[in-house]
Design a protein around this ligand. Sequence first.
Ligand SMILES: [Zn+2]
Length: 220
Amino acid sequence: MGHHARPVPAARRMLVVCAHPYDATFALGGVIGAFADAGTSVRVLCLTHGRRRDPTPRRRVDRARDLGRAVRRLGAEDAVLLDHAPGTLAAATIDELAAEIRSAAVAADALLVVDATGPGAHPDHVRTMRAAYRAAAATGTVLYAWTLRPAELRTTHQVLVIDADRARQRAAIACHTGLPENDPLRSRWMRHQDPAERLVVLRDERTLAPVDRPPERSPS
Ligand SMILES: [Zn+2]
């Protein structure tokens, strides 16, 4: 089990909302483990089945099975994968995605996403974060965003520091049987071995109105 020196915020049920299966482990795995260790019931909603379109149903089944194993390794209950195609989330409406998130977030008091406010964020991540924000605002739920951005760039939001159990995260990553050994995700993760993770509090439950809407995209 993990050892966490810093307490995580109290949450009974957390829904992790990610765009791609690998986001749940490589990006959010340390945070998921910390909340699970603190007694939070964590579930994962993944909006797509992968980073790329994959025409074979078998591969999708394998990926879903691997993600389920990975998140349970982190201490989460389970993972649900939706059928959006990777790379297409920007074409889905925010309302559609937010409704899917809300139906998965029943009884959740916190949502967790990947921070997509920085330059060069993946369009799927941007859409996922915005939809989660809308869902959180509609239900009065706390919204955390895991970020790698330097803390000094943040002035308007509270930033929390969470201890990550990297060994446990590594074990979860090992559940991704379809990910090549030389995939750049692995080397990128290896460079991020600081035991501390940072969470931006994008939405606090005490907030009556959104304090900082993510930038609206021009209508498409
Ligand atoms: Zn992703």
